[in-house]
Design a protein around this ligand. Structure first.
Ligand code: NDP
Length: 256
């Protein structure tokens, strides 16, 4: 049986690129989507066209019952999970100043970006521990897609920044706890990546990039992130647990 990966938000954007890369690396891919079945199907078809195996599974990572159903579905269909990629994420529906952030938006963004990934990881990690105990040769890994927003203040979407700052600690907590089982936990912090999520602020970011916001003066592409996930998934960074990789064209560097 091939290695199996569960990629949340695998239907579109960064998640789709991750699914295609990992399938090319030989993983069977469980593509998790929330609402856009068509996009999920297109990603699954694209994987199959390149000779890979993929299945789309609907689940809202923010809902406990959906998370339980998702893990059960992967267990019953594939009977293993070698790699969990916590990629699904949501931006606030409306950018509001931190003085006006609503509790509704806070709860929604935190549920999808932090609470959901935290409890999904808890559940999958428990299963990974079982798998490693059954077969000590097995190597399981977890990759979280964080953001430069973990350490960059954007007062018009504070709840998003909080969720990604929380994810940074989530990576450290699970990396620490799971190291004894040889389960590596890592994080990728993308910069400004061209997807549906950033489509609405394209002109703003076009200008910032042209004005030198990042040393590499271009938008990031979903595959820039997918390649980093692929390198981590290969095991190249297994002695670097908890590491957060900056895939951001150099945004993170202080410059003078
Ligand atoms: P997109 O909006 O393009 O895609 C989001 C994906 O997540 C879709 O597949 C969507 O599925 C899925 N999704 C959203 N909510 C849920 C949910 N509740 N349960 C399950 N799946 C869900 O986003 P990106 O590809 O741009 O972002 C992917 C990740 O990268 C996110 O975590 C984001 O925060 C992070 N990131 C993005 C950056 C960027 O510049 N784009 C920069 C830094 C980090 P569906 O369509 O079915 O809802």
């Amino acid at each position: 049986m091939e290695n199996v990966t569960l990629v949340t938000g695998g239907s579109r954007g960064i998640g789709r690129a991750i699914c295609l890369r990992l399938a090319a690396d030989g993983f069977t891919v469980a593509i998790v989507y929330r609402a856009d079945e068509n996009a999920a199907r297109q990603t699954a078809d694209a994987v199959r066209q390149t000779g890979g195996r993929a299945e789309a599974i609907q689940a809202d990572v923010g809902l406990a019952a959906d998370r339980a159903r998702l893990v059960e579905a992967v267990r019953s269909r594939f009977d293993r999970c070698d790699l969990l990629v916590n990629n699904a994420g949501a931006a606030p529906k409306q950018r509001l100043d931190v003085l006006q952030t609503t509790e509704e938006s806070y709860d929604r963004v935190m549920a999808v970006n932090l609470k959901g990934p935290f409890f999904l990881t808890q559940q999958v990690a428990g299963w990974m521990i079982e798998q490693v105990r059954d077969d000590p040769q097995r190597r399981c890994r977890i990759v979280n897609i964080g953001s430069i927003s973990a350490y960059t203040s954007s007062p018009s979407r504070g709840e998003y920044c909080l969720s990604k700052a929380g994810m940074r600690m989530m990576t450290l907590l699970f990396a620490d706890r799971l190291a004894e089982y040889g389960i590596g936990v890592f994080e990728i912090q993308p910069g400004i990546i061209a997807t549906d999520m950033t489509a609405g602020v394209k002109e703003k970011y076009d200008k910032l990039i042209a004005d030198g916001l990042t040393p590499i003066q271009r938008w990031g592409q979903p595959d820039d992130v997918a390649r980093a996930v692929s390198a981590v998934a290969r095991g190249d960074f297994d002695f670097a647990p908890g590491q957060a990789f900056h895939v951001d064209g150099g945004f993170h560097m202080r410059r003078l």
